[in-house]
Design a protein around this ligand. Structure first.
Ligand code: K7E
Ligand code: CUA
Length: 635
């Protein structure tokens, strides 16, 4: 059955078989979707009602016809969602609003589906140092305040790394390990004029250098803010600060990056970290940091040559290049509104959010205002505010962890309330299930925030799904935020623990994504006449082979026991979706070769005998026959 489907798809797609053609060509077909949405109030609203029989009735406040989040078979979602993969170390792509999982991109993790960590190309990017990772935050590259479709960046909190995914192929092309840092948590790309820098916060403070000195001297532990060039993935500079750095944000003008600090006490234990009732938002003035580096006002730490600027409270650059804006104790998220005006710190241990006016931050750096005078509102929202997102209509949505709600509130009203007016900034609250970490909304992190969908990424699912033992899935809930009231649309169990996501208009991706791989990316590609086994040394063999459904270019590969064998395979198929695999029993080889791609894998030939190598992707009616013999002769 599966092979039939693939075959019929293949024949249909042959005519469109062009590497350079764009998926945007498909869009006319999709215009039906717009029609469906428009017609939703009529016939389809009735259908939705039908499908929901037996479900609990929506509260009376629900709009008459919530936008359809069901995406019918064969139709496409309106948004791409990029989810971090938490402990798995990967990044996931979902369609929004259907919440269908479309892809898992291995990043810091080994993956047999694609051969990530197995092919030579991927091993070069991953390195061999670590096999574990912990991804929390995925953000895309920007030009002029909105997504430009070039890259996605993701942090590894575990080993202080930053990875980049190129969005045209949806694969990782660079991973950089940050020096002088641990717990690389919040990351954020520069939003203007262009990414530019990607800023990375270290949540854990360390003695600097971290070489066994000062391990018990609390005052000598510092946080580190790292700027990576998002284009070259080179380390550019660091700023050493007092206090740790949790979440990260950038403004819309390219002037500032920011970090919330929840451990200004420099505590080693939980109790230590709770001592003060004020922490702060650290704001970094990018041009002044660059100027300091130009003037030679930096140091280097340990064996890393990267310039480190002193942003500690004792430094002459404190107040000049780095400021602290005091906020209630232990803030978590910091998010900048799509109009670029406000940075909002979510309180975590305080039931408030603190609204910082970025125009006033300019005045603080100009010496005209005190840091605390940049605060223009502090609405009380509930217990445990963690992250805040936006609808582009002046409203903010804050995840409230302890209360298990998402709180919608109006920013201007909060500012008026702070000035003493008797107004309630809270517009609506919706229960979620349960214990929300991040929320994110469609295009919320760009100047094009469109206020359609919000996803609440809940840490606990408890009773929402079929029980599967002590480890439950997380529960990502889709919420309609297009109206005054929020409406819960869907529960989606997810493999723990994504933390965060971004939701991106599909055109951003459709205009860049490739249908098949570009053969010219691979100077080592193997042509139809190049199939061969070449002995290049006493113990070294190179194999060059093609794959084209349903055959490999070689039906046998003859080597000697203990040979180091390098196999280069080019997939000559150029038809969309026609991937092949290459796996060898007992040799730990299992990789994917997409249409147009050339992959390289290296292994050492084992004990003498016959090993059938085979294609692992169901590519053809004769897929099972797509194999050959690795013949290992005694030495
Ligand atoms: Cu709040 Cu790592 Cu973004 Cu988890 S962080 S929730
Ligand atoms: Cu090629 Cu299965």
């Amino acid at each position: 059955m599966a092979e039939k489907q693939k075959e019929s798809k293949v024949s249909k797609e042959v005519s469109k078989d062009k590497a350079e053609s764009s998926y945007l060509e498909y869009l006319p077909k999709l215009s039906r979707r717009g029609f469906l949405a428009a017609a939703g109030i009529g016939a389809l609203a009735g259908l939705t009602g039908c499908l929901r029989l037996g479900e609990e009735k929506k509260p009376a406040a629900a709009p008459a016809a919530p936008p359809k989040h069901e995406v019918p078979p064969g139709e496409w979602d309106e948004y791409y969602g990029f989810w971090s993969g938490g402990h798995s170390g990967e990044v996931r792509i979902l369609g929004v609003p259907s919440m269908r999982i479309l892809k898992r991109i291995p990043v810091f993790n080994f993956d047999c589906t694609t051969g990530w960590g197995i092919t030579e190309q991927s091993r070069k990017i991953m390195g061999t140092k670590y096999q574990t990772g912990d991804t929390h935050h995925v953000h895309l590259s920007y030009t002029d305040g909105t997504y430009d479709g070039r890259y996605a960046y993701v942090n590894d909190k575990l080993h202080a790394r930053l990875a980049r995914i190129r969005l045209d192929y949806m694969e990782v092309d660079a991973i950089v390990e940050l020096p002088n840092a641990q717990g690389t948590h919040g990351i954020f790309p520069q939003r203007a004029p262009r990414t530019g820098y990607v800023f990375c916060n270290s949540e854990f403070q360390l003695p600097q250098p971290n070489d066994g000195r000062n391990m018990d001297v609390r005052d000598k532990y510092y946080g580190m803010h790292t700027a990576v060039d998002g284009e070259t993935m080179e380390l550019k500079w660091q700023v050493m600060t007092d206090g740790n750095q949790d979440l990260c944000a950038t403004d819309y003008k390219g002037k500032y990056s920011m970090a919330t600090c929840y451990n200004s006490e420099k505590g080693f234990t939980l109790e230590d970290m709770m001592a003060k009732d004020r922490d702060y938002l650290i704001v970094f003035n990018i041009s002044r940091i660059e100027k300091a580096i130009k003037n030679g006002e930096y140091m280097s730490i340990g064996d890393s040559p990267i310039p480190v600027v002193d942003g500690r409270m004792t430094s002459p650059l404190f107040g000049e290049a780095v400021i602290h804006i005091p906020v209630p104790k232990s803030p978590h998220g910091v998010n900048v509104s799509p109009d670029g005006k406000y940075a909002i710190c979510s309180g975590k241990l305080s039931p408030t959010c603190t609204v910082v006016d970025l125009a006033k931050v300019d005045d603080v750096f100009a010496g005209k205002l005190k840091p605390e005078e940049a605060i223009v509102a502090q609405p009380e929202l509930g217990l445990g505010p963690l992250h805040t997102v936006f609808d582009g209509r002046g409203n903010a949505y804050t995840s409230i962890y302890i209360d298990s709600v998402v709180c919608k509130w109006n920013i201007e009203k909060a500012i008026r309330q702070y000035k003493g007016e008797k107004v309630d900034p809270i517009v609506d609250k919706i229960d979620i299930h349960y214990q929300v970490g991040h929320v994110n909304a469609s295009m919320s992190e760009t100047k094009e925030a469109d206020g359609r969908y919000l996803v609440s990424l809940n840490k606990f699912s408890k009773d929402r799904f079929l029980p599967v033992g002590p480890l439950h899935p997380d529960n990502d809930q889709l919420i309609d935020i297009s109206g005054e009231k929020m409406v819960l649309l869907k529960d989606e169990p997810v493999w723990p623990e994504p933390h965060d996501c971004v939701i991106v208009k599909r055109d951003v991706i459709l205009s860049v994504i490739k249908r098949v791989d570009d053969p010219n990316r691979y100077p080592n590609r193997v042509g139809p006449d190049d199939n061969r086994v070449e002995r290049v040394g006493e113990r070294k063999v190179n194999v060059y082979m093609t794959s084209q459904a349903p055959k490999f270019g070689l039906t046998e590969i003859r080597v000697k026991e203990g040979d180091e064998v390098t196999v280069t395979i080019t997939n000559l198929d150029t038809i969309e979706d026609l991937s092949h695999g290459f796996a060898i029993p007992k040799h730990d080889v299992n990789m994917l070769i997409n249409p147009g791609q050339t992959q390289v894998v290296k292994f050492t030939a084992g004990k003498p005998g016959v090993y059938w190598y085979f294609c692992t992707w169901f590519c053809h009616a004769l897929h099972l026959e797509m194999r050959g013999r690795l013949l290992v002769e005694p030495r």
